[in-house]
Design a protein around this ligand. Structure first.
Ligand SMILES: O=P(O)(O)OC(CO)CO
Ligand SMILES: [Mg+2]
Ligand SMILES: [Mg+2]
Length: 268
């Protein structure tokens, strides 16, 4: 990794730790978990999500004034969600806001960095690390001996819920050892990267949920694909992250659908 990228990554790690401390403290303070809603009554946000995103963006702007941002709460406030070739920070200040609101203790600050539309950190084969320890995906080849992670999302339209349950039924009937969900895409992807979950799939995620996790999974030796088996498209709101191509065959059990893309032009 060249010095410029290393410098950017060091800043990302420092600001993520600072943001993590704010989230950790807010978890113990009911006032900082006051809930508001966004696209639906189950799409939650708090002042802490907004405050943490502001903290990260301001900190990065000071050091890298020409860089661009895609931030979950900025997009919710009306900013465009467009990935260009420019250096871009893709930020989810709290991934797992529903967990956060309920003090269910699995949340992540998720920060990805892209140049030329490719997520950069770690792409040069340097590996993925958790507190300095290298991460490695599971070597399990048999999906029947696997744990699969997924989530139910925040879309409660009947047709969507039916498809989510249809996929879940198919996966359970393989049969797999178990199905789990941490309530955060970023943590689910880190569970794949760390080898305790073989695969994670979801339809309905956003680019800020999966940008950072995608490179962590790949650097830990895993594979990414679309839920219909093609190449992953981080703006498509569909993702499979697996330990290897064999377990990734769960794609044939997924009842795929296509939510509105993150980079779709806003409807008037
Ligand atoms: O808590 P957030 O950031 O809304 O993210 C959810 C999915 O969109 C969990 O990954
Ligand atoms: Mg999120
Ligand atoms: Mg979030």
């Amino acid at each position: 990794m060249d010095d410029v990228l290393q410098n950017i990554m060091d800043h990302a790690v420092a600001v993520a730790r600072e943001a993590g401390q704010v989230v950790r403290e807010a978890l113990c303070d009911e006032k900082q978990r006051d809930v508001m809603t966004k696209s639906s009554t189950v799409d939650l946000v708090t002042q802490t999500d907004q405050r943490v995103e502001h903290l990260i963006i301001q900190s990065v702007k000071k050091k890298f004034p020409t860089h661009r941002f895609i931030g979950e709460e900025s997009v919710a406030a009306g900013e465009a969600c467009v990935l260009t070739d420019d250096p871009t920070w893709i930020i989810d200040p709290i991934d797992g806001t529903t967990n956060f609101v309920h003090s269910f203790p699995f949340v992540a600050v998720s920060i990805g960095f892209s140049v030329d539309k490719k997520i950069q950190f770690g792409v040069e084969g340097k590996g993925a690390f958790c507190n300095g320890e290298p991460l490695q995906v599971s070597d399990q080849e048999d999906v029947r001996r696997s744990i699969i992670a997924t989530e139910f999302g925040s879309n409660r339209e009947t047709e969507t819920v039916e498809k989510i349950f249809s996929s879940l039924r198919n996966i359970l009937n393989i049969p797999v050892h178990g199905v789990r969900g941490a309530g955060t895409a970023a943590v689910n992807m880190c569970l794949v990267a760390s080898g305790c979950v073989e695969a994670y799939y979801e339809v309905g995620v956003h680019v800020w949920d999966v940008a950072a996790g995608s490179v962590i999974v790949e650097e830990a030796g895993g594979v990414l694909m679309d839920v219909e088996g093609g190449p992953v498209d981080l703006m498509s709101r569909r993702i499979v992250a697996a330990n290897n191509g064999t377990v990734a065959h769960i794609v044939k059990e997924i009842d795929a659908f296509s939510p509105t893309r993150d980079d779709a032009p806003p409807t008037q």
